[in-house]
Design a protein around this ligand. Structure first.
Ligand SMILES: C[S@@+](CC[C@H](N)C(=O)[O-])C[C@H]1O[C@@H](n2cnc3c(N)ncnc32)[C@H](O)[C@@H]1O
Length: 316
């Protein structure tokens, strides 16, 4: 729980403490926050009004005497129940609901229950050895996974392309997501592996020396054994590799206008107007250049089979 949200929760508890000296409290859940709230009640001398902390694991063999099973709530009948977790608040509420009366007031804090959680996504991302640099905006990896998930749901066929693969961190994640989604889509990754080409437009604004990875052998080794093709060279010259392919997902992460425009020129065929949904394109980290009308196919803003950092989000 973020400090600001914990502080708000404590403030709500103080108001409830001050409003009526007879109000009794229960903490729901056995979490690190539980200990903070217990400490708070002790610090303000209100431990007599705290009936206990209740969880599924609570019981007689618990070292803390205040840690009780949920079923005891039926007889303890607290006036206020404090949910001791932000991300897990929905689960805790569902667990405790049968044991509380409708008049029990519930206090909780934060919005972490809205954050994306998916066991496959978490496992694949958390076990990555090479970090993904898909960080053009905060939820980009989640959106890539959701694009693939929806493409699988829709039965799309073809290849998954990544324009600008750097060390292959995201390339491997894409390949592993695809595998876990039960699909056979090959991944085709593009990069110069020699850094950013010389500027060809004033909108080729990005050139970051730390984002140059030349060790193609190490990258090939890292990606060995997977259904991944590596296309080396400037995408302005190599993007045509996709001309004869159906594209399930194109992730355009080359950072600059000229490169992104070349990638879009090839992938836009998959967006021909009136066609059934067969492709998803995710633009990332190419800054204001991508918002120029001339870069995007004219139907991008109106169609729902395109996702980008700034346009339709219907695929999510
Ligand atoms: C932000 S990094 C890509 C990060 C990678 N997608 C990830 O998620 O880990 C940008 C990459 O684009 C590559 N790049 C930029 N312009 C290119 C071009 N015209 N052709 C091929 N690769 C290019 C750079 O070499 C760099 O490795």
């Amino acid at each position: 729980m973020k400090q600001i949200e914990y502080d708000q929760l404590i403030s709500d508890i103080k108001i409830a403490l001050a409003n009526d000296a007879r109000t009794s409290f229960a903490i729901i859940g056995h979490t690190p926050v539980t200990y903070d709230i217990v400490a708070f009640f002790r610090a303000v001398g209100a431990e007599g009004r705290l009936l206990g902390a209740y969880s599924q694991s609570g019981g007689t063999d618990c070292p803390e005497s205040w840690h009780k099973p949920l079923s005891v709530l039926r007889s303890d009948r607290p006036d206020v129940a404090i949910i001791a977790s932000d991300p897990e608040k929905e689960r805790l509420l569902a667990e405790v609901e049968p044991y509380l009366t409708p008049t029990t007031r519930i206090l909780f804090g934060g919005y972490a229950h809205f954050t994306f959680r998916d066991p496959v996504f978490d496992e694949v991302v958390n076990s990555a050895l090479v970090p993904s640099l898909a960080n053009g905006y905060p939820n980009i990896l989640i959106h890539l996974y959701q694009c693939l998930w929806n493409a699988a749901r829709l039965g799309l066929k073809g290849v998954v392309a990544e324009f600008g693969m750097f060390k292959g961190g995201t390339t491997l994640l894409l390949s592993r997501f695809i595998e876990r989604l039960g699909q056979r889509w090959p991944v085709i990754g593009f990069d110069t592996f020699a850094g950013f080409p010389a500027r060809r437009s004033v909108l080729d604004m990005y050139d970051y020396p730390d984002c140059v990875c030349c060790d193609i052998d190490a990258i090939r080794q890292h990606l060995a054994g997977r259904n991944i093709e590596i296309v080396t060279g400037d995408v302005v010259l190599t993007a045509s590799r996709l001309e004869s392919e159906d594209i399930v997902l194109a992730f355009i992460d080359t950072d600059n206008f000229t490169s992104a425009a070349a990638a879009l020129a090839v992938t836009r065929n998959a967006l021909s107007s009136g066609a059934p949904l067969r492709s998803i394109i995710l633009l990332a980290a190419i800054g204001s250049a991508t918002r120029k009308e001339s870069v995007l196919p004219p139907n991008v803003y109106s169609r729902t089979n395109v996702t980008s950092t700034c346009t339709a989000r219907a695929c999510f």
